[in-house]
Ligand binder design. Sequence first.
Ligand code: NAP
Length: 462
Amino acid sequence: MITAFALLLASVLFIIGIKLLASPKTARPGNRVAGLGMMIALLAALPQLHDSHGAGVSLWKWALILAGIALGLVVGAAGAYKVKMTAMPQMVALFNGAGGGAAALVAAIEFAHVTSASSLTFVISMLCAAMIGAVSLSGSIIAFFKLEGHFDKPVTYPAQQLLNGALFVISLLLALAMAAGSHSMVLMVLFLLIALALGVLMVMPIGGADMPVVISLLNSFTGLAVAADGFAIENVAMIIAGTLVGSSGTILTLAMCKAMNRPVTNVLFSAFGQTGAAGAAATATGSVKSVPADEAALLLGMAGRVVIVPGYGLAVAQAQHQVRQLSDELAKKGVEVSFAIHPVAGRMPGHMNVLLAEADVPYDQLIEMETINPEMDRVDVCLVIGANDVVNPAAREDKSSPIYGMPIIEAEKAATVIVMKRSMGKGFAGIENALFLRDNCRMLFGDAKASLQELVTLVKTG
Ligand code: NAP
């Protein structure tokens, strides 16, 4: 009774936690509430432990369990404290892979207890958890390595889909054999190995920069695997937590694909980034006009309204504190400053929100793309910092562009656009940007952090 109540309480805390995570203002308490729920679920599971004969757990097994919990707590907390903001997707990949692996292990261990009296639902739930969990484990590990810069290009080879399809069919046949009553652990191990191979083969052909979408998808896989485990071992907290993770991961995956105007199938099967994308600005006319920092500072200081568009380069330069200082200095001069946030700016969902929150930029200064776009033609200066694809007008104007149809921040509508980046280098999509050649656009070349520092000093003393 107490256990059932504790699991219910944990589930309610998960739901409240995820609701609070929906806004940057309440995200921190949301994380704590969900963490408390996880702790309660963990403690509630301990009295239920028993060995395979239903007897209590021996002392040394208790020691092993507690050591495992302590190790998990220490590694998790140390990893989360130490990780750099730009390495967050890698950490999520590892944590997610560990979750998928755990779900697959639980399923495999439970499979050892299957008898002819076991219900079909029980067996099917375990098989689903084993398959999806193992795919998530190996897929997340490959995603981690890709994000770390290994296997830079998508790895493709002939008959790739055919091989994946064949492996999937073999695993289905194995699952059918096990569901039909063959309870051999050899089959289960083979089944797990094929699932692990499928995870690797599924992620290898996907471009490194698409990894955040893949991680979000694998995250939803892990959620489903945990929910399936929950059905098998009749743990309501696992069913609810797994379903929450599964559905939120799916929603996030779809939202990211929508913001990039690419279907999920395109992310999974197009090997985006393998070949140099078509030069969208091949037909664009105009010239690159650079602007010295003192002139840029003058333009900013004299503006009535400035909109800053942050992008991946701001995160690379780790210039979030300098951009906050610039915004503060401009505000002191009476300039109205806001930040235009594109949903897929950077390399992970909410990347810009997290980055700017780190520098304590007030939330009400962050404006969503849909809200800012209708106001862009009333903006005096649009300051684009390390952003490229998310302000590329080819997305609206050039039907041959690979990013055609992707919603963008309409920076070009501002009276003056100042773009801060190191060179004429391309962004994630690998295409030219016609914005940089527009008459109203000026390029301030250099590392974003150094340039911003210079601008802060110039605006302050100007
Ligand atoms: P982007 O198109 O990748 O462009 C980033 C720009 O930053 C580059 O052109 C680079 O130019 C500049 N840069 C790099 N380091 C810099 C530094 N130290 N200082 C100044 N500039 C620097 O970035 P974005 O506009 O943010 O667009 C994000 C892209 O990622 C989109 O195509 C999106 O679809 C994709 N994506 C996003 C997510 C997500 O979840 N957010 C997931 C998957 C894919 P230089 O080399 O010339 O400096």
